[in-house]
Write a protein that binds this ligand. Structure first.
Ligand code: TXA
Ligand code: MG
Length: 336
């Protein structure tokens, strides 16, 4: 049985989070909201509970978890943070920026998949922050989706993947950003962008001098040898139907002729061009596109009679850089 507890996203009451805290203390896994996507969380210091995350999510054991903290005190407990980056973390936390740092011994190999580094972030969602504070220890959590599926941005999505498999889901409505956090590896000099996200790449380049943006961030595949981040080597964000990403919009008519039974995902500005498309958002507010991306992918896969999901590509600027990263990894075919 999965219980869903509805809470106020801005001002959650302690009594509404009590059950979740007790479950976490008892070594259970709980699904909770963050400002990016929902997370499948466990007490970072409970190794058995962290193992459950991998089982539930069917996540490969070599793909480490993000540790969610509520304070710099917790950061210093689990990681060796270099002084020269602290002012940047103070500026961006709480918020959708994850950094990879050298780990301290208290962090189990289960969480870091045996790596000497740990990914850390301080979420900005009031529910996530309060949950961590009430638990009194950091929460290890990947996105709350079965491995390889689009991330969950609402409890409806969470239940599609985990109904009956977890005891408790904290429902705070749709997650504000709808896209996973930006991940930067600070153990490398210069730092390396591992996953683009809500903190825009243009801003990161200004802040982290010499930031490296590897090819795999822009490409579907694109690296060989030892992956810089374990998550990079797996197929991600993918709906259950084949997805065609059309980067050259001039080729859209031809693509639609070749794939007659398809649903198109497009921006509001182009919705008149297609028959019953799913509108992602508006180019005037690119964050709206990110916010609706995973919801639209999950909706499209459920549409009866539609065999293909055809998605408009975007110019890789701001948040749309991150959107393109997800789409290329989800795509079965890219038309350029
Ligand atoms: O927004 C988010 O980041 C969400 C919410 C729940 O916080 N979480 C999330 O976690 O997206 P997950 O596990 O789906 O993605 C974490 C990514 C993976 O690609 C993983 O490989 C990478 O971060 N990662 C974690 N620890 C790492 C490490 N020590 N070194 C390099 N990459 C790491
Ligand atoms: Mg994920």
């Amino acid at each position: 049985m999965t219980r869903v507890v509805r809470v106020d996203p801005l001002d959650p009451r302690e009594e509404d989070l009590r059950e979740a805290v007790d479950l976490l203390k008892g070594g259970e896994v709980v699904i909770f909201p963050t400002e990016t996507v929902y997370g499948l969380g466990a007490d970072v210091f409970n190794e058995r509970a962290c193992r459950k995350i991998f089982e539930l999510k069917k996540r490969p054991l070599d793909n480490p978890l993000i540790v969610h903290i509520d304070s710099f005190e917790q950061l210093f407990k689990i990681a060796k943070a270099q002084d020269r980056y602290l002012h940047i973390l103070e500026r961006f936390w709480p918020g959708p920026l994850t950094v990879v740092l050298e780990k301290k011994d208290v962090v189990s190999d289960v969480v870091t998949a045996g790596l000497e580094t740990v990914a850390v972030r301080m979420p900005a969602h009031p529910v996530a922050l309060k949950l961590i504070r009430l638990l009194g220890s950091p929460i290890a959590a990947p996105s709350a989706n079965v491995s390889g599926r689009p991330s969950a941005t609402s409890v409806e999505h969470v239940l599609e993947d985990f109904m009956g498999k977890v005891k408790l889901v904290i429902d705070a409505g749709p997650t504000p950003f709808g896209l996973e956090s930006t991940v930067v590896d600070l153990t490398k000099s210069p730092p390396v962008l591992l996953r683009p996200g809500p903190v825009e790449v243009e801003k990161l380049v200004e802040i982290f001098e010499g930031l490296i943006v590897p090819d795999f961030v822009r490409e579907k595949k694109g690296f060989s040898g030892v992956p810089p981040s374990p998550g990079v080597k797996y197929r991600h964000y993918a709906p259950s139907k084949p997805l065609v990403l059309v980067e050259d919009l001039n080729k859209m008519p031809q693509v639609l002729r070749e794939h007659p039974n398809s649903v198109v995902l497009c921006v509001k500005e182009h919705s008149h061009l297609y028959e019953e498309p799913l509108v992602l958002g508006s180019l005037e507010n690119p964050y709206s596109i990110a916010q609706n991306l995973f919801r639209a992918l999950r909706e499209a896969e459920k549409m009866v009679g539609k065999e293909w999901i055809v998605v408009e590509g975007f110019e890789e600027k701001g948040i749309l850089f991150a959107v393109m990263n997800r789409l290329r990894k989800a795509a079965t075919e890219i038309v350029r």
